[in-house]
Unconditional design. Structure first.
Length: 196
């Protein structure tokens, strides 16, 4: 790997890339609205552990944007847009949660992709990022939403379930969706299509 491939400029995005990030963030905001009732149903059926199964869905838009664009700062921009849209459209979890969650996700994603020098895009790496984005936000959410009142074993199981959800519903699904989109030819102007 030459040095120029690692020394990529932060936030050097094309107009197409910015539009893609905004579109994915908007889709996520709409999706979040529909996940709410599902979470209420899951909560009534299995409490916080059942609700934890959907965690990965909330994060996928930012990871998918990173997989497609592959530039430093992608998570910062995408999650920031997503958090802002969620805050403006309204959320049952409160406006602060939109921005705190977005900040947690972007910090973890940017750190891991930087460690891999923006060169590794395998299912394993994406699943690692998907799972790793969970604990930091869970720490904040536990204090914001009163998870600390749960029994310790419930708290631990919920965290494990959320991490698994991040690994599968965010990381693995990102890889599957990303590859499927590349095959359609819709991403021919993006890094995912040109770099494999």
């Amino acid at each position: 790997m030459n040095s120029s491939s690692f020394q990529k400029k932060w936030f050097a995005f094309t107009t197409q890339e910015i539009i893609l990030m905004a579109m994915l963030a908007a889709v996520n905001a709409v999706l979040t609205i529909y996940i709410g009732p599902v979470n209420k149903l899951l909560n009534s059926l299995g409490g916080p552990i059942a609700t934890s199964t959907t965690t990965g869905i909330y994060m996928i838009y930012g990871l998918l944007a990173y997989y497609i664009i592959r530039k430093p700062g992608t998570a910062v921009v995408t999650f920031a847009i997503g958090g802002t849209i969620q805050a403006l459209t309204g959320t049952v979890y409160g406006i602060p949660s939109c921005f705190v969650a977005a900040a947690c996700y972007m910090i973890v994603a940017e750190t891991i992709f930087a460690i891999f020098r923006y060169q590794k895009w395998s299912a394993g790496v994406l699943m690692l990022v998907g799972g790793a984005m969970v604990p930091l936000w869970f720490l904040f959410a536990a204090n914001m939403f009163g998870y600390t009142s749960w029994p310790l074993e419930v708290l631990g199981i919920a965290l494990v379930v959320r991490i698994l959800s991040g690994v599968l519903l965010c990381g693995l699904v990102t890889k599957v969706l990303g590859e499927a989109l590349v095959k359609t030819g819709l991403l021919r102007r993006f890094a995912a299509s040109t770099k494999g």
